[in-house]
Design a protein around this ligand. Sequence first.
Ligand SMILES: [Zn+2]
Length: 250
Amino acid sequence: MNRLVHCIDCDKVYLRTPFDRLPEYEWGISSASAERQGIERDDFQEFLESHRGHRLEDLQIIKDSFVSDKPYAEPVKVSYFKATNGREQFVIKRFRERIDEPLAYELIRGDYSLKCTGLQMQLDAIQKQLEREMKPPLSSEQMTAFLELCQHVARRADVNKLESVAYESSHPLEVYYKMDDLSLMVLLRNCHRLFKGRTYEEIEGFIDRHKEDGVLLLKATYRIEIKERRQAKRLEAAAVSKAKKASQKN
Ligand SMILES: [Zn+2]
């Protein structure tokens, strides 16, 4: 189990994983077990040493609160998750600046939210799919008109009223949504105006095939917004702690 330890006096956090108890082998130097033990390192011991006499508390990581600005497999990225001591909630920022650096953790007093920065139709994918499926093919004017119509639908849609779909996104801050009934109506009604006869029927079939889980899903892009709480409480706590230490010394 991962355990998150918080030094209240310094506001530093340490994430204790099952791994930091394992010895770190340096391959190539020597395989003699005595020497191996010599270079065994326990980062947690180091953390405890540098915060000796400080007030420490355990924080509980809040389940499913993990967000990141880049895909899971990307090694250099910033991630956030929420943690609590039972009274106060924190955001923990996890990052590394270079691939060969260890992960660092920073405690933020506050919360984060995800803000939608854009809602789009997947125009390239729609065009490719239309070229594959439409027989006879759409003229370039018809193609342009349909793509413009899709853009219009995306512009007027409200992301808060859409239903997200479990769609395999390659990016953690991209979410796919189904068109709502109103968007679908706008799309079909305008298609009826733009296309006639057989072409309209083909387009209607295309919309029907792709509206649930295909190229006609809307793609929303999100940004992680961190909101810090005012620091007054913390400064107060630090002052109390310093006063306590001073009185202990005397
Ligand atoms: Zn400390």
